[in-house]
Design a protein around this ligand. Structure first.
Ligand code: BES
Ligand code: MN
Ligand code: MN
Length: 463
């Protein structure tokens, strides 16, 4: 991979400029106002894959946003790596909290990224990380060193639940045939503590609506006499955790796989500083389920959180009103072997049962996603481990992440393939938040590490 690495070193500046161009297109999949830009981004990704040397570059239409497919088949004897990523991004709001416009990328230095980081929505999640694969591929192609067959599947609906990806995968099983799936859409512990993600949480996302009186009421005339839906919703939500911060939905923990003491001890070896963690978030202390460490609470344990809540008067000044309705969006992060649809039902039944007389409750399920664990005892993991060791000079630590990439479980079911999660982001990169950024160190290190993965994987598969 020497020629490939030399090519990367020589073209770094251009690789960054091209990422910046991609980040300028606001591919916000959640907001229909950006539909044209999401499509434009798909076209740009396709064009980049083509100029990098891919064959069969296609913009595959779905009933939602298109999936970009491309491949380079070197030989039937070589293993095939299927690269997945997403070109859509989260909405940028609250926009006023950005220190530079979200779709006008700039490179700025930060404490953690003294060499600079590119600030833009999608810089890390996932345009920056997805584009590392395009550039690593280009480098291997231009250096005549591509050691595996490669297929790309880059979607535009990840941030809204990958609604049409399952259908596409089921309809294209032959086309997507591969030996392993490679994804860079997660993070690592720190720039000097490389890690490989070996698990993702699942998700059940619901919206709840509490209705009281049939119209907003004067809070002086009716206050104290009728159920106020916002007060009630607060009570109901508060009752979802007990004094140990365990979730009170009956049956919620029934299928949770409990880790052995050995596995927990192994996890506890990953470096974690509570002090630094609190400092970075400007909080006095951490908070969570009794009996578990912060690392465990954020990865191997399920959670329930309100993501947003509204109702009544929220405008300027004061308006004396008892609202007719109150709403909340609630996410539950799930772990093996919880079944998302089952959890949704348990939640719905419980939440409806605790509504007091004088109120009506409606629970509307949004998307669900299955948790996933990826093994560490197969060629894919070994190849990734060797690749990180080559570029970081250290063996990566396997860690479970708290985030969700629901398609990982689907790929395993439909394609029978295991996934390697080679993420290069940091928790401090502010994905989904204002001022999202991606370190130039991380971007370049990712581009350098990927070819080593291909090389090691090809070697291990030969044996
Ligand atoms: N890339 C993230 C998931 C992620 C980030 C996993 C960091 C591990 C570490 C992905 O784009 C994402 O945001 N997923 C959503 C779920 C999806 C169904 C909207 C999530 O985790 O909230
Ligand atoms: Mn992502
Ligand atoms: Mn995301």
């Amino acid at each position: 991979m020497e020629a490939t690495q030399a090519y990367i070193a020589e073209h770094k500046e251009r690789f960054l400029q091209e990422l910046i161009e991609l980040l300028k297109i606001p591919s916000v999949s959640a907001d229909p106002a950006y539909a044209g830009d999401v499509r434009k981004t798909a076209e740009e990704v396709a064009a980049r894959l083509k100029s990098a040397g891919a064959d069969n570059v296609e913009i595959c239409e779905t009933n939602g946003y298109p999936i970009v497919y491309a491949d380079k088949i070197m030989s039937a004897d070589l293993p095939t790596v299927l690269v997945y990523g997403h070109y859509d991004v989260q909405p940028a709001d609250p926009i006023e909290l950005w220190t530079s416009p979200p779709f006008d990328p700039v490179v700025k230095e930060t404490e953690i990224h003294p060499e600079g980081a590119v600030f833009a929505r999608g810089a890390c999640d996932d345009k920056g990380q997805m584009f590392m694969h395009v550039k690593a591929f280009e480098a291997m192609m231009q250096s005549d060193e591509l050691p595996c067959n490669v297929k790309f599947m880059i979607e535009g609906e990840e941030e809204v639940g990958s609604e049409h990806l399952g259908e596409f995968v089921r309809a294209n099983i032959e086309k997507l045939k591969a030996d392993v799936i490679l994804i860079s859409d997660t993070g690592m512990l720190a720039n000097d503590v490389p890690s490989i993600t070996t698990g993702l949480r699942g998700l059940s996302y619901v919206e709840v609506e509490v209705t009281g009186p049939n119209r907003d009421l004067h809070s002086g005339l009716y206050g104290g006499c009728v159920a106020n839906p916002i007060n009630i919703l607060c009570d109901m939500i508060a009752s979802l955790h007990d004094e140990n911060n365990q979730i009170t939905v009956p049956g919620f923990y029934d299928k949770v796989v409990r880790l052995s003491d050995e596995e927990r001890a192994e996890m506890a070896r990953a470096p974690f500083s509570k002090e630094a963690y609190c400092k970075a978030l400007d909080i006095e202390d951490v908070y969570g389920e009794k009996g578990y460490s912060t690392m465990e609470r954020g990865s191997i344990r399920p959670t329930l959180d309100v993501n947003g809540m509204w109702g009544g008067y929220t405008g300027e000044g004061a308006k004396t009103v008892i609202p007719s309705k109150a709403y909340a969006k609630i996410s539950m992060r799930l772990v093996p072997d919880q079944i998302p649809d089952e959890i949704t039902k348990l939640f719905k039944d419980h939440f409806e049962s605790i509504a007091p007389k004088g109120t009506r409750v409606k629970v509307t399920p949004h998307h669900v996603g299955e948790p996933a664990v990826t093994p560490i005892n197969f060629e894919g993991y070994q190849a990734a481990s060797i690749a990180y060791e080559k570029t970081f000079g250290k063996k990566p630590i396997p860690v479970r992440s708290g985030g969700s990439i629901p398609i990982v479980a689907m790929f395993e079911k439909v394609l029978g393939l295991k996934t390697i999660l080679m993420g290069f982001g940091l928790d401090s990169d502010a994905i989904h938040s204002p001022n999202e950024h991606y370190g130039l160190f991380n971007y370049y290190r990712g581009i350098e590490t990927i070819p080593h993965f291909f090389d090691s994987y090809a070697n291990l598969m030969k044996q």
